[in-house]
Design a protein around this ligand. Structure first.
Ligand SMILES: [Zn+2]
Length: 275
């Protein structure tokens, strides 16, 4: 899949490979804010190769450098491309708990992927990267005349989540707190915290929401994610696990027929069963 752009305005675009495979960065979104003389990228894909491809598209549009990269969490499909921009002078912002998980996990994940011939070329140049600026609670970021409220919504999708609200543009980048048309990965989630975080997003006067995966939408995207968590939890609760078969997998596929990323369902089922 080629890199596709959705232009929300002159100042904001969302880029994605679509799809749901690792080679497509699991369909994650990279959100780009164009300021005057400064560009802010939120979540620069799963590999430096893809970050470079994004950078090449940006170079054709705007001579301004990527000055800031914000990582919404430590999962590689959002974070591993950061090293590419860091090597070119960008400040990389993350939550301390995301930085810790990157330090713990990324080297091993890169090593495994370099041995997989299908994706090895994407990870040849990948290196674990330590963010240059840590935000534990909140940061008021100004870049090229654009203002951002970068905040930690609590432990929701992962312990080290950050959301990015572009205050003057009314655009909220939620990271994987919201996925649209994709099953969410619950392997590091706190489901109660996630629900509370989604409810707290209602208090932000955003007009446009960019989810971690799937097309940008409006305020309804938060309500849909809350309904998803409720329905997925009830679906799993109504199923049984027997040796060699888990009814929950097919029940979830039936409940959400068009959703991508079924690869995350075992972790999701496990998380709900342990609640
Ligand atoms: Zn994630």
């Amino acid at each position: 899949m080629p890199l596709a752009e959705t232009r929300l305005s002159e100042a904001v675009s969302v880029f994605t490979y679509g799809g749901e495979t690792l080679a497509e960065s699991y369909g994650s979104n990279a959100t780009v804010f164009f300021g005057k003389g400064a560009i802010v990228v939120v979540d620069p894909f799963v590999s430096p190769v893809q970050a470079a491809e994004l950078d090449a598209l940006l170079r054709r549009r705007d001579a301004s450098p990527v000055t800031h990269v914000v990582l919404t969490h430590h999962h590689t499909d959002h974070a591993l491309g950061a090293g590419y921009f860091a090597a070119r002078g960008a400040e990389v912002i993350a939550h301390p708990l995301a930085a810790a998980r990157m330090a713990d996990e990324h080297a091993a994940l890169i090593a495994v992927r370099r041995k997989d011939p299908d994706v090895a070329p994407l990870f040849e140049e990948a290196e674990p990267y330590a963010p240059s600026r840590l935000v534990a609670a909140r940061l008021a970021l100004e870049a090229g005349g654009l203002r951002f409220d970068v905040f930690h919504p609590g432990h929701a999708h992962t312990p080290g989540d950050l959301c990015v609200y572009a205050t003057s543009l009314g655009v909220l980048v939620s990271g994987d707190l919201v996925s649209t048309g994709y099953h969410p990965n619950l392997e590091d989630a706190d489901v109660a915290g996630w629900r509370a975080a989604l409810e707290s997003l209602r208090g932000i006067p955003f007009r446009t929401l960019v989810p971690g995966h799937g097309p940008p939408g409006g305020r309804e995207a938060v309500e849909e994610q809350i309904r998803y968590l409720d329905r997925a939890g009830k679906t799993v609760a109504g199923t049984r696990k027997t040796v060699g078969e888990d009814e929950a997998t097919s029940a979830l596929a039936l409940a959400f027929p068009k959703f991508r990323l079924r690869i995350v369902l075992p972790a999701l089922i496990d998380r709900f069963r342990r609640m």
